[in-house]
Design a protein around this ligand. Structure first.
Ligand code: NAD
Ligand code: MN
Length: 497
């Protein structure tokens, strides 16, 4: 990754050649129907590309090709070391093209360039490389049987896996899915979100260049409701890994039941608590509270959207959070100094605006929220909003807003803080801030969520699992545990007598 000025990024954007076709059986191809769908740059409304809009007929070709590749053993039967080598080379090619990928992601999603160069792209490289490096280091098991038998417990690939990902972290979630699923020998069909397909399309070609056999990775841009649902109900797909909203995750479980009981692993929404005790480092906690809610414009599944503050420090702490929020103001996404881009589209902007009105109507006090920013840009921008005087039964405390809207509540006792934190249908993430290790760890243990930070928010890296409790889903991305979602446990019982 090189460091570039705004003018250099603009020049690179002007010169960019965008691949916008599907990737099926090792080739970039148009949809059979010839249909395309525009993908838009959310920061200015410009059309970036006319992307192949695949349908059921394209999906069937992709599934058949993926199945044939799997059954042939061209990838699934390669040694772990051989698969490792291809994955590592793929990661290297992504790294060699890091600037282009960061720019593509910034243009397609409306993410600030400092986010895509600092996090999305390096994170994807590390995920693909780590998954590849892991695969020749995983040992299998021999069961503690009687002497006259040998029980082997091994893991086999599922076969053909569909991966469906959202628009808020397209490249990151794509890498989280593709790293372990491909490394463990599956053939994989990736469906990006229809408004953000470009980086997934680009890295498919790089996988081929790295030596991944044709058919092992198919990328099918297309509509979720029809083509995505066709994949989810397909009789020849063995596994489905999903990142997206809770309502769609519920549908996928139904589709599985209606079709072939394909394994479904869901990574869904959240409404995560961020608990601050009076004895915390309040300056650090305040800047992290702003980051937790406003990073990526709040369009983050793990966003810390419920700030639960010990009552005795409420006013002082809220003043610090308001101060820290000055670091989160909208700007040009190609300017490396910008921290906040636009909402992904008008519909998301409208949803968030409705929630701001709901918060006003619920009688909370609003700080910030000037929505009339960059009026002539063609993008839909929102500056951060903080609501104080929130109670946890309000809609803005219970529902996933997916915008830069923070709900602040108070607690008097540790038990009350835990009860508020857990009073949610979700359980994706959370954090607790205290200098008292007993307080911090006992609260962290009681929060019903897949990831909890102690004196940090958004902590963690590829070495630790990521996923939800409750209606935040059941799958686990990242770490060695992610391989569980892409493999079947198999017992082989051998008689030694
Ligand atoms: P979404 O559920 O609307 O769409 C996600 C994907 O599913 C898209 O590719 C879409 O085309 C596809 N899809 C839609 N309907 C479908 C159907 N009937 N059958 C099959 N596929 C279908 O979610 P979104 O708006 O793209 O993303 C935002 C949501 O994702 C939020 O709820 C957020 O919390 C969640 N998310 C979760 C994680 C996590 O790891 N837990 C990470 C990022 C985002
Ligand atoms: Mn787009």
């Amino acid at each position: 990754m090189t460091s570039k000025s705004k003018a250099q990024w603009q020049q690179m954007a002007a010169d960019l050649q965008i691949e916008s076709r599907a990737f099926i059986n090792g080739q970039y191809v148009d949809a059979l129907s010839g249909n395309t769908r525009q993908t838009i740059n959310p920061s200015n409304g410009d059309v970036l590309a006319d992307v192949a809009n695949c349908g059921a007929e394209d999906a069937d070709i992709a599934v058949a090709g993926a199945r044939a590749a799997y059954e042939s053993g061209v990838w699934s039967d390669q040694s772990p070391d051989a698969r490792r080598a291809v994955m590592v080379k793929w990661a290297q090619l992504i790294e060699d093209n890091a600037d282009e990928l960061a720019l593509l992601e910034t243009l397609d999603v409306g993410k600030p360039i400092s986010d895509t160069t600092g996090s999305d792209v390096p994170g994807a490289i590390r995920t693909i490389r780590w998954s590849g490096e892991a695969v020749d280091k995983i040992y299998e098991q021999i069961a503690p049987t009687d002497k006259d038998s040998l029980g082997l417990v091994t893991r086999l690939p599922l076969g053909v896996v569909a991966a469906i990902v959202p628009w808020n972290f397209p490249l990151s979630t794509t890498a989280w899915k593709l790293g372990p699923s491909i490394a463990s020998g599956n053939s994989v069909i990736l469906k990006p979100a229809s408004n953000t397909p470009l980086t997934a399309i680009r890295i498919a070609g790089l996988a081929k260049e790295a030596g991944l056999p044709d058919g092992v990775l198919q990328v099918l841009p297309g509509p979720g409701g029809s083509m995505g649902a066709h994949l989810a109900t397909h009789m020849d797909i063995d596994g489905l890994t999903f990142t997206g909203s809770t309502p769609i995750g519920k549908k996928l479980l139904e589709y599985s039941g209606q079709s072939n009981l394909k394994r479904v692993f869901n990574e869904l929404g959240g409404k995560s608590p961020n608990i601050v005790f009076a004895d915390a480092d309040l300056d650090k906690a305040a800047s992290a509270a702003a980051l937790a809610c406003f990073y990526n414009g709040g369009q983050t599944c793990t966003a810390g959207t419920r700030l639960i503050v010990e009552e005795s420090i409420h006013d002082e702490f809220v003043a610090k959070v308001i101060e820290a929020t000055k670091a989160w103001q909208v700007g040009d996404v190609l300017d490396p100094a910008t921290t906040l881009g636009p909402m992904v589209d008008k519909s998301q902007f409208n949803t968030v605006s409705e929630y701001i009105a709901i918060g006003d109507g619920e009688g909370c006090t609003r700080h910030g929220g000037d929505s009339n920013v960059f009026p002539d840009s063609g993008g839909h921008y929102l500056n951060p909003v903080i609501f104080t005087g929130v109670t946890n039964d309000m809609r803005i405390a219970q529902e996933e807003v997916f915008g830069p809207v923070l709900a602040v509540m108070t607690f008097k006792t540790k038990e009350e803080a835990i009860a508020i934190a857990n009073d949610s249908i979700y359980g994706l993430a959370g954090a607790v801030w205290s200098r008292d290790i007993g307080t911090a760890l006992s609260v962290a243990e009681k929060i019903r969520a897949g990831t909890v930070g102690v004196n940090n928010y958004f902590g963690g890296d590829i070495t630790v699992p990521f996923g939800g409790f409750k209606q935040s889903g059941n799958g686990r991305d990242k770490s060695i545990h992610a391989f569980d979602d892409y493999t079947e446990l198999k017992t082989t019982w051998i008689n030694l007598e």
